[in-house]
Write a protein that binds this ligand. Structure first.
Ligand code: SF4
Length: 351
């Protein structure tokens, strides 16, 4: 099969010598996906208490501080909201939703410039689990920077950025990726938070884009782990492979090389499957890898009864023999092999 020419935003070829796409494996994964209906990506949160303008600011704020919610060696960010036990993004979102419904100033960019670590810690403190949000001071700095950049550009809301871009993600200038990269929280070369934010705004039914095909996938560590194991990307550098097996920290160039290759794999799969929607595939991979391709006990041969794969993705995990297991077990290079690669270790606030 011919490799389609990719047209992703901000992709360069400089890091391909470290990690690159493995096209034959991508083709096999695409064939697996072609046998199923891929669930659409949509946000479950409706935010009924907020106006359209406030919802844009809500997600700009929330995505900016959403990283490293399962820090190594520490308990994950978690707590109870309205009696429901939530983790990570779900917990952050539910807490900010509750707080901003009673205090709308939280979503006013002119207030963001005054954000402190103590205030942020207090906002996300759980009465039982306590302070689970790590490095609140560094996260508050990202929010203050959001406020400063908004003021410098005379933007009163995320909606102003959307209008200034002409609703373009990566085409022309100034597009959304360029404008968002003025914020410290969104200046990742692989655009993880930018793609996440733009995807959330689209999936919430608020924004649409003239170049929808440029909405890339917000690659995070779950997605890296799964793609490394399946083999849609290949690590060429022996030193880097060793670091991955041993769980040793990588450097910034290696971090970008790995995430960029995974992004390219998802873009290619989006083309090969005919979906032309990398974000929709991202949600599928993220849910499957987070639930089935766990660090220690991946579900290569059978899902245990405690498997947390969301209901809408379960049909992909039911195989012809009737057994429920990882949807990619028939094409994964790591199924039945030990040791398995782990996601890379890198200290960052990009994801
Ligand atoms: S087959 Fe196993 S190792 Fe491969 S992606 Fe699935 S769970 Fe992970």
């Amino acid at each position: 099969m011919m490799v389609p020419k990719l047209s992703p935003a901000l992709i360069s070829e400089s890091t391909e010598t470290l990690v690159s796409l493995h096209v034959p494996t991508c083709e096999r994964v695409a064939a697996v996906l072609a046998r199923h209906v891929i669930p659409i990506d949509q946000e479950d949160t409706k935010l009924p208490e907020l106006s359209r303008t406030e919802i844009g600011n809500f997600y700009l704020f929330l995505v900016a501080i959403c990283h490293q919610t399962s820090p190594k060696g520490l308990p994950p960010l978690a707590g109870k909201v309205n009696g429901r036990s939530l983790r990570g993004w779900d917990y952050l979102s539910a807490r900010l939703e509750g707080d901003s419904a009673t205090d709308h100033s939280l979503l006013a960019p002119k207030e963001w410039g005054h954000m402190t670590g103590e205030r942020l810690a207090c906002l996300f403190r759980d009465s039982e689990a306590g302070d689970r949000l790590t490095e609140p001071g560094a996260r508050a700095l990202l929010i203050r920077n959001l406020g400063e950049v908004m003021e410098r550009n005379a933007w009163k809301a995320a909606e102003d950025i959307y209008e200034k871009s002409g609703h373009r993600i990566a085409q022309g200038s100034a597009n959304l990726l360029e404008l968002l990269s003025r914020f410290r929280a969104y200046d990742d070369p692989v655009c993880k938070k930018s793609y996440f934010f733009l995807g959330v705004m689209r999936n919430a039914g608020l924004w649409s884009y003239v170049d929808n095909e440029n909405l890339g996938a917000p690659v995070d560590y779950h997605e890296v782990r799964g793609h490394l194991r399946i083999g849609t990307v290949t690590v060429h550098d022996a030193g880097l492979r060793e670091k991955l097996f041993r769980g040793e920290p990588v450097n910034a160039e290696e971090d970008i090389a790995i995430r960029r290759a995974v992004l390219e794999a998802i873009l290619l799969l989006s083309r090969l499957t005919g979906l032309k929607n990398p974000s929709q595939l991202h949600y599928l991979f993220w849910n499957v890898f987070r639930s089935c391709c766990t660090r220690e006990s991946p579900h290569c041969f059978r899902c245990p009864s405690r498997c947390t794969l969301p209901e809408r993705y379960v049909p992909l995990a039911i195989h012809e023999d009737g057994v429920r297991r990882c949807p990619f077990s028939s094409v994964c290079q790591s199924a039945g092999r030990e040791p398995k690669l782990l996601e890379h270790v890198f200290k960052t606030d990009y994801y």
